[in-house]
Each structure stands twice: as C-alpha cells, then as structure tokens.
Design a binder for this molecule. Structure first.
Ligand code: CP
Ligand code: NVA
Length: 304
C-alpha cells in the first residue's frame, strides 16, 4: 500500500493486500457482517465524467459501512471553473475522510493524492479503472475459486483503461492476459512491459486466437468517455473485434463473459453473448459494491 494509503492503480496494493481485499469483499457479500467501521466518516466523490455504477456503488457502500458520501460533479464545484486540483485536495482533506475521483488524466489523480492528506481512490481515468477490474477478479473467483493464478483472460477490443487494468491485474495476480486489438489501439506500453516482466501477457490482432482456451472473455465499448468525436472512425477500426458466438466458441468450456458496462449490443458484443448463459455481467456490476467497501475499509477504516 502507498504510505498514505491510496488506490490509484492496482499495483498500489501488493499481491497479498489485493488478496486480502478480495477475501474481505467475499465476506461482505456473504451478508453476515453488519458492523459499521466507517461510522461518522465522509467520502467525497468527484465526478468529471458520467457514471451509474461507480456513483451508486460507492454511495451505497459508504452508507452500509456507517458513513456518508458526497456527490461532487465538476459541473457544480469550483474545480470545473478552474480551481486547481492541489487546492481542491487540501480543502476537501479538511472536511472529509477519503476522496474518490473519476476524471480524465491519471496525473490529476496523482496530484490529488499528493496534495490531499486523506486516502484517494481512482474511480476511472483515461489510463486505468482499478475498482472495476477488482470487481471483475472477484467475479472470476466466484466462477473458478479463490486460486486464479494462471487463469486465462482474453480482452477483445480497445486497449483502453480496462485493458490496462487487466494487465495490472496480470502483473500482481499472475493472470494470463491476451489482448486482441486493432493496430493503433494497443494498451499502454509501459503497463504492458511491466506486466510482461512477471506474467504471461500478449497482444494479437486476432480475437479468436486471444480467446482460444480462455477462462474469461471480456470487452468494453469501442469509444470511451471523452472519445465521442472518434466514434465513427472507431466503429470502422474495430470491425471484426466483436465478441460473438464464434469468439465464445474458441474459449474454454465453462468460460465466462464479462463487461464493465455500459454495453453497446451489436457493437463490441452481440446481444446473444451479452444475455447468454456464460454472461456474468450483472454479478460483476454487483461486485463493485462489495469490493469497493473492502477497499474503503482497508484505506479508511483501519484493520479488522
Ligand atoms: N463500469 C462503470 O464504471 O460504470 P459507470 O460508468 O456507470 O460508473
Ligand atoms: N472504457 C470505458 C469504461 C466505462 C466504465 C470508458 O472509459 O468510458
């Protein structure tokens, strides 16, 4: 864990800390633990982009842990009118016990963590989406058991924030991650190289090759938030990178399909796969709540 205790990307936690968070998340999902370790605490949630799952799961999670969450849209706070992130960090740190932020540049999150004195959690940047992939790993464990080292994950589509976080999960948790993306849409080179140093990771241009024998097949929208103007160009570039029955056919027996949502049926995934028997997308969405509660307990709630 970083000195102050931030969660800006998956590698901020050691392998042991990640497994500890996951174990706690499963226990919380079990529903027997009704304690309120964050009683009296407040989480500020800064959103510079839209959200359904992240906003609701953090807000509900804080409430269930005995605390309170503040929704701060950049449209309404002074950050949106140019107040520096360093000042926002120092001011919010005088009022709240933790800050979750969804923004564009990873540097904004790094600056917020550096200048704030309370734990900061990354709720998505252009570079990574760590809370989501933690929920995805939790969903994998529900399907395959706690021991997931060596499990094969096929990422089909854009080498975006989700792909980068899967590579970070490979780096820390020993997953095999194969990315099938068109040329020009590769994941972050530094993140890929780091993962390559400790785990089996690969980039291919062939979705079926990536899916061959995979335990998890996963994808995301072709145009992420902030890329709306590139949508047409991306539709053309990603033709052939759809998760469909043919791709799922190549995956292992018992494989599951994941998608962080929101999904565009008929684009990155067919309705058939999305609604099919292997799809775990709504468990995955639910697991955001449990895993984020575990992250907040570890960062804000002390040991238990
Ligand atoms: N998956 C995810 O982060 O969803 P939202 O954009 O709705 O928060
Ligand atoms: N890659 C998507 C994920 C949304 C949860 C985006 O950044 O818009």
């Amino acid at each position: 864990m970083t000195e102050k205790g931030d969660f800006l990307a998956i590698p901020d936690f050691s392998t042991e800390e990640l497994h500890d968070v996951l174990r706690l998340a499963h226990r919380l999902k079990g529903g027997t633990d009704r304690s309120r370790p964050l009683e009296g605490q407040t989480l500020a949630m800064i959103f510079e982009k839209s959200s359904t799952r992240t906003r609701v799961s953090f807000e509900v999670g804080m409430y269930q842990l005995g605390g309170h969450a503040l929704f701060l849209s950049s449209r309404d706070i002074q950050l949106g009118r140019g107040e520096p992130i360093e000042d926002t960090a120092r001011v919010l740190s005088r009022y709240v016990d933790g800050i979750m932020i969804r923004t564009f540049a990873q540097q904004t999150v790094v600056d917020l963590a550096e200048h704030g004195s309370v734990p900061v959690i990354n709720g998505l940047t252009d570079l990574v989406h760590p809370c989501q992939v933690m929920a995805d790993v939790m969903t994998m464990q529900e399907a395959f058991g706690e021991e997931i080292e060596g499990r094969k994950v096929a990422w089909i589509g854009d080498g975006n924030n989700m792909a980068n976080s899967w590579l970070n999960a490979a780096y820390r948790l020993g997953l095999e991650v194969r990315i099938a993306c068109p040329a020009g849409y590769d994941p972050d080179a530094e993140i890929f190289e780091r993962a390559k140093g400790s785990s089996k990771v690969a980039i291919t241009r062939d979705p079926v090759e990536a899916a061959e024998g995979a335990d998890v097949v996963t994808t995301d929208v072709w145009a992420s938030m902030g890329q709306e103007e590139e949508a047409q160009e991306r539709m053309r570039a990603f033709e052939g990178f759809q998760v469909n029955a043919g791709v799922m056919e190549a995956a292992a027996e018992g494989s599951i399909f994941l998608h962080c949502l929101p999904a565009h049926r008929g684009e990155e995934v067919t309705a058939e796969v999305f609604e099919g028997a292997r799809s775990r997308v709504f468990d995955e969405a639910e697991n955001r709540l449990h895993v984020q509660k575990a992250i907040m307990i570890r960062l804000m709630g002390g040991g238990r």
